[in-house]
Design a binder for this molecule. Structure first.
Ligand code: FAD
Ligand code: E1W
Length: 458
């Protein structure tokens, strides 16, 4: 522990809390972490949500800072692009990036969380499991956090700086909101999700479908996706409206109805899911929402990070990545000014809030784009033109997806730049459905004059 550094208390040893604990402990902070669930290294990972996740450059960058990128990648499956499965057609692979330097990675949530907990402990953080935050007191005097499963079995601890990494349903946020108005707004998407499994195939090649891709079955107002697991299975997720006309979760009251729906809309996937009935019955429908707050902190005393501050819908695969980016930005800020946490909290919110708002919006937009199936001729023409411009003017044109997934350009910049590029694409196409009808040299010249050069992607 470094002399004079204030101790830091973190609530939640999920993905963001454990990485932040490692980054702060590595910098010499005395870190104490309270996690509601039992130690997953002892009891197995009792993961509520999503078995695997997509890790992209932002998350990797944060892991590199903690010296953990290589260990994480050793357990990950590379995804080179999206494999789109049209109804009744052949699947086709759309690469994410220009080559294998622009890929994303499928990681197991449980394995990643255990690796991060190990790293935090190794760096010197004190990890407490089965230790839920019940309440926190922020009245004039020193902060007190109350830890325990119920009032009769709780203990109080002093916590001059407490950081909430306790997820979308944050208990610390609730305690802070009893003290000041955080301006909390939750916007439910109205769509839920159900997780299913494609087990490994028998034989020498365990992956039943292409291993190195994120699979998408777009169907208009809903879709399925699948991410590969290292042992050869895939986790399939159905995203579907909760209510309304068929198909919605409300119109699939039992597993027979669900099976008939899959036979009709996802027959190729269903054929690979021998445990469909059991999975459908056992797994609850998860809910999706975007969380917006006007304030993430209570002076220098309490601060929210990750989903506790900015939960988003999962359609860009950036929730964890954004939370890791939070941790990677916050740790050096705190280390630079350990005696002025109020200034650090204010700075953190000033820097990160516009970016959190931007990725929240891009994630919502990506749902429409993904589930749509991309059959619209105008959309296809735009994508073709964008690809040509990427090739011919790489210093001035980069798709928004690539900026978000493969650079560290601030999310707010990606959103704004994406709008400018999109307006230019529309203007270049000017209603034409065929890219061959466009003078590509003229288009390249306009891109170079009308768009500023892209920043070097630090
Ligand atoms: P969490 O992971 O929710 O961790 C919070 C921790 O706090 C948990 O360990 C919890 O037990 C603990 N806790 C809760 N309450 C208390 C309490 N009172 N006291 C103590 N501890 C407490 N993101 C990506 O980047 N890529 C993806 O591909 C991706 N796919 C997703 C798919 C789905 C279906 C969903 C729902 C999300 C997806 N995400 C993805 C988002 C990602 O899951 C979250 O952004 C990420 O888990 C946030 O991490 P966190 O540590 O902030 O919160
Ligand atoms: C990614 C749950 C999830 C996770 C993801 C992505 C998607 C669709 C979903 C966005 C994407 C990786 N995406 N994929 N292809 N185009 N956009 O990139 O993480 Cl639903």
């Amino acid at each position: 522990m470094r002399d004079g550094y204030p101790p830091v208390t973190i609530i939640g040893a999920g993905l963001v809390g454990s990485l932040l604990a490692a980054l702060l402990a590595q910098r010499g902070f005395a870190v104490e972490v309270f996690e509601r669930r039992p130690d997953p290294r002892v009891h197995g990972f009792l993961g509520g949500r999503s078995i695997n996740l997509a890790l992209a450059e932002r998350g990797l960058h944060a892991l590199r800072q903690a010296g953990l990128a290589e260990a994480v990648l050793a357990q990950a499956v590379m995804m080179r692009g999206r494999m789109v499965h049209p109804l009744g057609g052949e699947p086709n692979l759309q690469r994410y990036g220009k080559d294998d330097s622009e890929v994303i990675w499928s990681v197991s949530r449980g394995d990643l969380n255990m690796l991060l907990i190990d790293a935090a402990e190794r760096a010197g953080a004190a990890m407490h499991f089965d230790a839920p935050l019940l309440d926190a007191k922020f009245d004039g005097g020193p902060n007190v956090v109350r830890i325990g499963h119920d009032r009769d079995h709780a203990r109080d601890a002093h916590a001059p700086i407490v950081i909430g990494a306790d997820g979308a349903g944050s208990a610390l946020r609730a305690a802070m909101a009893r003290r000041i108005d955080l301006g909390e707004r939750v916007e439910p998407l109205g769509h839920g999700y159900k997780e299913l499994e494609i087990p490994p195939a028998s034989g020498s090649h365990p992956f039943a479908i292409e291993a190195n891709a994120l699979h998408i079955w777009p169907r208009g107002h809903y879709m399925c996706i699948a991410l590969p697991n290292a042992q050869g299975s895939f986790t399939v997720t159905l995203f579907l409206p909760n209510e309304g006309a068929y198909p919605s979760f409300a119109t699939l009251p039992d597993v027979q109805a669900a099976r008939a729906f899959f036979e009709e809309q996802f027959p190729d996937a269903l054929a690979l899911m021998p445990t469909f009935d059991a999975d459908w019955s056992a797994h609850p429908v998860g809910q999706l929402a975007t969380l917006y707050l006007d304030r993430w902190h209570l002076d220098g005393r309490a601060l929210l990070v990750g989903d506790a501050a900015h939960a988003i819908v999962p359609f860009h695969g950036q929730g964890m990545n954004a939370g890791f980016e939070d941790a990677a930005e916050l740790a050096p800020m705190l280390a630079a000014r350990p005696h002025d946490p109020a200034a650090v909290c204010a700075q953190f919110q000033r820097v990160r809030k516009p970016d959190a708002d931007a990725i929240a919006r891009m994630a919502l937009e990506n749902y429409l784009e993904m589930r749509d199936g991309v059959a619209d001729p105008h959309y296809l023409a735009k994508r073709e033109l964008a690809a040509a411009l990427t090739e011919r003017a790489p210093t001035h044109f980069m798709s928004r997806y690539r900026m978000v997934s493969f650079t560290h350009l601030p999310y707010a910049y990606c959103l704004q730049r994406g709008r400018e590029q999109d307006a230019l694409l529309e203007s270049l196409l000017d209603g034409r459905a065929n890219v061959a009808d466009i003078d590509i040299d003229d288009a390249v010249a306009r891109v170079r004059t009308e768009l500023s050069p892209l920043p070097a992607s630090n």
